[in-house]
Design a protein around this ligand. Structure first.
Ligand code: SF4
Ligand code: MG
Length: 330
């Protein structure tokens, strides 16, 4: 039930009511070892903020983050380091996450020293070689003496994964890990992440705006809209038989890779501001099925089949609506 509200920029010193950014409202997900969960939404939906909350980079306003069933309480210093070593964040822009004047060896050495403080210098160098091997950058010496600008985006993203692996984490939070990369190398990096999930049994949260990639990459998919989850379930079901009108819109707007003339997403309008989001169902201003109650009452999660659920009044025990869903998804 993670909720994060923060004051809107510039509102602190203004008169009148404080404006609040609803970055995350009552968001609940469960990550499992050896599985990938996709968190899908447009930019500005709050999905990156949510990943950063899980990494404890910001405190939550309310709700709780649990690790193996126990609440994580970070009070700085040692407890933050302990959490960071279990949960590693991989960011979208690998160039922005490296010190441009440090060699790769130096950057990796820093991470290795933090997590293997007792290893000798020779052992630490061996750990670095091993980490680079795990992300298929071999031989290691081809990369260790390079600076970030001498490497491609794909190589650097692999090195940021290697750096994350130095902590031997149980959880990876990957925020659009391939969006800034060339289309031709995206699959290689995703396959690497998939292999790490399978071989090391880590749990991976894959944050993306690309619902098509969620289908082949992640077992489970959660869809976020305006700071709230609106639908979740097995990726197969969510992408093939989307229940929520927003998920249906996302799927309809994704480019179809089997058609050469269909390279661009269709214009589907803009998500609302997270400051003063719409009342009731936050999707109602864009929803083709919006009813009167949608404007005033926020829908709860309605359970569907196979672990799928959707927060949408169409599923409030209304058989006709269920029929509409099938029609619409077909
Ligand atoms: Fe559309 Fe209403 Fe469902 Fe919201 S609750 S998605 S407005 S039908
Ligand atoms: Mg983002």
């Amino acid at each position: 039930h993670v909720t994060k509200h923060f004051p809107a920029r510039g509102s602190l010193f203004k008169r009148g009511p404080r404006r609040v950014v609803h970055a995350a409202d009552d968001v609940s997900i469960a990550l499992r070892a050896g599985r990938i969960m996709a968190l899908v939404g447009e930019s500005g939906s709050g999905k990156s903020t949510f990943a950063r909350l899980l990494a404890q980079l910001h405190p939550v306003t309310s709700g709780e983050i649990r690790y193996r069933g126990k609440p994580v309480r970070v009070k700085g210093g040692r407890s933050l380091r302990a959490h960071v070593s279990k949960v590693q964040l991989i960011l979208q822009d690998p160039f922005g996450s490296f010190n441009p004047v440090a060699t790769i060896a130096r950057t990796l050495m820093r991470a290795v020293r933090i997590h293997h403080p007792k290893a000798t210098a020779a052992e630490q160098r061996r750990i670095i070689d091993d980490l680079l091997g795990q992300v298929s950058l071999r031989p290691a010496r081809q990369f260790t003496e390079k600076y970030p600008h001498e490497l491609s985006g794909g190589q650097l993203q692999r090195i940021s994964i290697a750096r994350a692996l130095a902590a031997n984490p149980d959880v990876f939070l990957a925020d659009e890990p391939v969006s800034s990369l060339d289309v031709s190398i995206r699959l290689g990096v995703l396959n690497l992440l998939r292999r790490l999930v399978e071989e090391r049994g880590v749990a991976l949260l894959y944050v993306t705006h690309d619902i098509a990639s969620a289908r082949y990459f992640a077992e489970d998919t959660s869809v976020m809209y305006a700071g709230q989850l609106v639908e979740a379930g097995p990726s197969e079901t969510v992408t093939q038989n989307a229940a929520h009108p927003y998920t249906q819109l996302l799927i309809a707007s994704a480019p179809d890779p089997s058609r050469a003339d269909d390279a661009r997403p269709r214009d589907i309008g803009q998500p609302p501001s997270l400051i003063d989001p719409p009342s009731g169902c936050r999707f109602h201003p864009r929803c083709p099925f919006a009813m009167e109650r949608c404007r005033t009452d926020a829908p709860p999660a309605f359970a569907l089949e196979d672990g799928q659920w959707a927060k949408c009044w169409l599923y409030d025990g209304d058989d006709e609506a269920a029929a509409r869903r099938v029609e619409n998804a077909a």
